[in-house]
Design a protein around this ligand. Structure first.
Ligand code: ZN
Ligand code: ZN
Length: 128
């Protein structure tokens, strides 16, 4: 089942031939600020399995991380962790069919906004 998605203006599209390895709600402050959302939900892929219609613009969000966004409309697209370049984390909100890929985990639950309740029954993401 191919997976696809695009930014708000459509300038940047992605396709993946395989479904994400996992989908995770991240509650850290950096993801919150980078996406503007109360929680950032990212789908983990092998970088080599993802094709972009044009490369997302990117900036370093920390020593170890970078964020990808559309250079035209500014949509937040993805996150990369420099020590693990073989993986890329794509924002579920840009998927064409996000309903088909429910989250399985939470990350950084200690930073979660108190009033936010989404998939509270899911476990914390396994480390490593
Ligand atoms: Zn765009
Ligand atoms: Zn995060």
């Amino acid at each position: 089942m191919p997976v696809s998605g695009a930014c708000l203006c459509g300038a940047v599209r992605f396709e993946a031939a395989v479904p994400p390895r996992r989908v995770t709600h991240c509650h850290c402050e950096m993801c919150r600020k980078a996406t503007g959302a109360a929680v950032a939900t990212f789908a983990t892929f092998e970088s080599s399995k993802v094709r972009w219609s044009c490369d997302p613009a990117r900036y370093d969000s920390s020593d170890r991380g970078w964020r990808g966004y559309c250079p035209k409309c500014g949509s937040s697209l993805c996150f990369g962790y420099k020590p693990r370049p073989e993986r890329i984390y794509i924002a579920i909100g840009i998927f064409d069919n996000p309903g088909e890929f429910p989250a399985g985990f939470h990350d950084n639950r200690g930073s979660k906004i108190d009033w936010l309740h989404v998939d509270d029954h899911l476990p914390d993401v396994p480390q490593g």
